[in-house]
Design a protein around this ligand. Sequence first.
Ligand SMILES: Cc1cc2nc3c(=O)[nH]c(=O)nc-3n(C[C@H](O)[C@H](O)[C@H](O)COP(=O)(O)OP(=O)(O)OC[C@H]3O[C@@H](n4cnc5c(N)ncnc54)[C@H](O)[C@@H]3O)c2cc1C
Ligand SMILES: NC(=O)c1ccc[n+]([C@@H]2O[C@H](COP(=O)([O-])OP(=O)(O)OC[C@H]3O[C@@H](n4cnc5c(N)ncnc54)[C@H](OP(=O)(O)O)[C@@H]3O)[C@@H](O)[C@H]2O)c1
Length: 437
Amino acid sequence: MARVCVIGAGASGIAAVKALDQAGLPFDCFEASDRVGGNWVFGNRNGMSSAYRSLHINTSRARMEFSDFPMPATYPDFPHHTHIAAYFDAYVDHFGLRERITFETLVTRAEPRPDGGWDVTTEPGGTRAYDALVVANGHHWDPRWPEPAFPGTETFAGVVMHSHEYTGEDPALFRDRAVVVLGMGNSAMDIAVEASFAARRTYLAARRGAWVIPKYVFGRPLDSLPTSAHVPIAVRRRVQAAALRVVVGDMTRYGLPAPDHPFGSAHPTVSDDVLSRIAHGEITPKPNIAALGERSVAFADGTEADADVVVFCTGYNVTFPFLDPGLISAPGNDLPLFRRVFHPDVPGIYFVGLLQPLGAVMPLAELQSQWICDHLAGRYALPPAAELRADMAQERAAMFRRYVASPRHTMQVDFEDYLLAVQRERRRGARRAMAAA
Ligand SMILES: Cc1cc2nc3c(=O)[nH]c(=O)nc-3n(C[C@H](O)[C@H](O)[C@H](O)COP(=O)(O)OP(=O)(O)OC[C@H]3O[C@@H](n4cnc5c(N)ncnc54)[C@H](O)[C@@H]3O)c2cc1C
Ligand SMILES: NC(=O)c1ccc[n+]([C@@H]2O[C@H](COP(=O)([O-])OP(=O)(O)OC[C@H]3O[C@@H](n4cnc5c(N)ncnc54)[C@H](OP(=O)(O)O)[C@@H]3O)[C@@H](O)[C@H]2O)c1
């Protein structure tokens, strides 16, 4: 029976561990930290968490929870990171998985063996052979700095940081300072809002506009409104765009740049607070940064502002430090995979959670893990190579056609559509496996 190595015990890794355990497949799971939960463990000892003290989920709890382990009914719709970390702890304890995970053990190297399978080296531990590798190392921990760096970054006399380093723990960081936050993703929204309550001035700089979506519409979490993969995505987007026009209105009315793309062509920027802080004059929108002075920032429209702190909320790199980049890497964050799980050329390696859903990661990681177990147990067979490549090419072409070109839009999936597509593919592959048996 295939012996499997799971790398990481964040939300994705514990979903994989649960599926492997329930499928009765032998495995080891190595986790660098002393606990499960990855990004959701504030101040995680692994140094990889991007959580800040005030972080709450922006996908509602009903959308985020695993299918067979609801979040406590006492949780709010958008729980705090401490709730989420506690939920993952409860999940592994409920299913008796904690003792199946080897903590404080970093995978430093994973190399294909000449006869198939993988040699996996851990610190501490040494090298062991496995038949298969499940990669669940997360993709929101390796900060992506502006590249090339803005002129003057080196000589700026204030504080320059990436959102990954921001913890919200130092009350002096923003107090009475002039703060420039760069980006229009969710990190930028949260950090600009937080800065705006302490800073002398807060600027929100962006190279393109975004449609800012509230967490609630019509008194319900936005992502809990009825939706279905059976309704064409273009129709769903038109309905959502119309709802947003009614509830929020024109972004330029708030002084934000007009989005250069239709609604639904960028990863959602969700914030209940940023538009209000802008409307109250506590956050000033600005175009992209052009250069940093000694204690100032020049913007692309020729304006300039004093600046003591610059926070780059410019996203994350997708990296696998334990893999030979000549074998597998993600230049520009792009790693083409069959339905975000199977590598087309390298057998015996599976990815879990390596996707950006419009919706939460966890239920998708759960389904991916069950699918991987099907394959490992011989209950699922991949399509023939030409068909697999054609499917990948079609999926990628549709994604790149729809989304703004950016390293943050290389693995976008629609929640319901992805679930449906994988369920269908599992059934197709089960029939192929039966036919081949
Ligand atoms: C600020 C922020 C807020 C977010 N909010 C949401 C949200 O509201 N909803 C949502 O669905 N998603 C959200 N995300 C996305 C986030 O990626 C997922 O919620 C979730 O953390 C993904 O889980 P994961 O297990 O794939 O990755 P991670 O949580 O990053 O976990 C990876 C685990 O792998 C371990 N690991 C990594 N490398 C090694 C190694 N070499 N050896 C051993 N162990 C290793 C790490 O220690 C870690 O425990 C957010 C991301 C950020 C940065
Ligand atoms: N639960 C929450 O509330 C919460 C909070 C924070 C983050 N998150 C999640 O964490 C993940 C990462 O979010 P993120 O906001 O950190 O990153 P992100 O979504 O990748 O956004 C990065 C932002 O920086 C901009 N940018 C990148 N490089 C730039 C450059 N060189 N110059 C100017 N602008 C640049 C991008 O613009 P372009 O679009 O033009 O590339 C984009 O606006 C997402 O999944 C997000 O949903 C969730």
